[in-house]
Design a protein around this ligand. Structure first.
Ligand SMILES: NC(=O)c1ccc[n+]([C@@H]2O[C@H](COP(=O)([O-])OP(=O)(O)OC[C@H]3O[C@@H](n4cnc5c(N)ncnc54)[C@H](OP(=O)(O)O)[C@@H]3O)[C@@H](O)[C@H]2O)c1
Length: 346
């Protein structure tokens, strides 16, 4: 049983606390938040026994084993390094940092202080990912040729919000492009029986708004095995959110790539403990069969519960194959290149 501390009490911290209701690998012992109203909501809704009005206090609590960092991304590196130095295991929200250099410093701190560290790509911990990897490795669609990965939503422009404010790490590439980058690298790697593959070439384009961050961004990637990746991240308009993997013999579609089986993400209060989580579907079209095949992936937990369980299951190894340190470094390198192509400077 891991004793978790939650650092900050914003939107995703609430979701994670809800997900923790469905695990037997840990419990939330404390929350630290600078904002009393948010802190009170978490403490009251989830019966969290300890609360702190500053982040340092969480590091000083000797009963805390692991800290979930859910602050805005510009604060991730500073606090992750402090947590590692305090001997706390770490789950850090995506993107793990603002750039590759920060991520490398965080990983160094985890290594030097012998603590677990994982970037919180919860979708990687859901069983649908293992299923898609297996389909690729079984040759279901032949040789992988093109991976098209999109994450988008429409948010009203507000220069003060973390989505559009540059000082708060705004822009779609960092907020959601990180998912498309990590998924494409994961599936390009699956084609090579590897956990991930890094592209050898990144080209990008995008629309940068008045606050200097990207509202709409696209990238094309080239991998050494010839696979082409196409990524789209948009926070100004919805252009869908799905993943297509095109092979020489067919296509795999992941209609719900980012938040499969999640009820916690939408919940406005604590979910009942007898909640049943929905299965998700993968669609396989083969050139040989006229009708597409639907593969159902059943679950017994929310995707955020799978994430917390992944941390607990791999804590002794200090990193998890769902998102290893090298995987995170490769992803951040790609985001650095994509941001540079689009002309966003953080
Ligand atoms: N995995 C996912 O599905 C998912 C979804 C959404 C977001 N995220 C990631 O989670 C992180 C937080 O996103 P969110 O949507 O939860 O954001 P949010 O609701 O705005 O919460 C962000 C938190 O950051 C803290 N913070 C510290 N310094 C701050 C400052 N100067 N200005 C504003 N906030 C500050 C605040 O904590 P206090 O409570 O201490 O005030 C606030 O509650 C981001 O890195 C984001 O990329 C992940």
């Amino acid at each position: 049983m891991l004793n978790w501390g939650v650092m900050s009490a914003g939107g995703i911290a609430y979701v994670f606390c809800n997900g923790m209701r469905f695990t037997d690998t840990g419990q939330i012992l404390a929350v630290a938040s600078r904002t009393q109203s948010r802190r009170d909501r978490l403490v009251n809704d989830f019966g969290i026994p300890r609360q702190y009005d500053n982040y340092d206090a969480l590091l000083e609590d000797e009963d805390i084993d692991a800290i979930y960092i859910a602050t805005i991304h510009p604060l991730h590196a500073e606090w992750a390094i402090k947590c590692a130095e305090a001997g706390k295991h770490l789950l850090v929200e995506k993107p793990i940092s603002m750039n590759h250099a920060e991520a490398a410093a965080m990983i160094d701190a985890a290594r030097e202080n012998d603590v677990f560290l994982m970037e919180a790509f919860m979708y990687r911990c859901h069983p649908q990912i293992a299923q898609v990897v297996e389909l690729i490795q079984n040759g279901t669609i032949g040789d992988v040729r093109v991976i098209r990965s999109t994450f988008s939503y429409r948010s009203n422009f507000n220069p003060q919000s973390r989505i559009f404010n540059r000082e708060m790490g705004g822009g779609g590439i960092l907020d959601i492009g990180c998912y498309t980058a990590s998924m494409t690298r994961k599936m390009a790697g699956a084609a090579e029986n590897k956990l991930f593959l890094n592209p050898v070439e990144v080209k990008g384009n995008g629309k940068v708004g008045p606050t200097g961050v990207d509202h709409i961004a696209a990238a094309t990637l080239k991998f050494e095995n010839g696979i082409i990746g196409e990524l789209i991240a948009a926070v100004e308009c919805s252009v869908g959110s799905s993943v297509f993997i095109y092979g020489s013999e067919g296509t795999i579609t992941i209609p719900s790539p980012w938040l499969p089986s999640s009820l916690c993400r939408q919940a406005r209060g604590p979910l009942p403990l007898d909640t049943t989580f929905p299965s998700t579907k993968i669609i396989v079209e083969s050139h040989q069969n006229r009708e597409p095949t639907e593969i159902t992936v059943d679950v017994d937990r929310d995707v955020f519960t799978y994430e917390a369980d992944t941390v607990a299951n791999y804590i002794a190894a200090r990193q998890a194959p769902a998102m290893s340190w090298d995987d995170t470094l490769g992803n951040m390198l790609l985001l650095d290149a994509w941001l540079a192509e689009v002309g966003v400077v953080h």
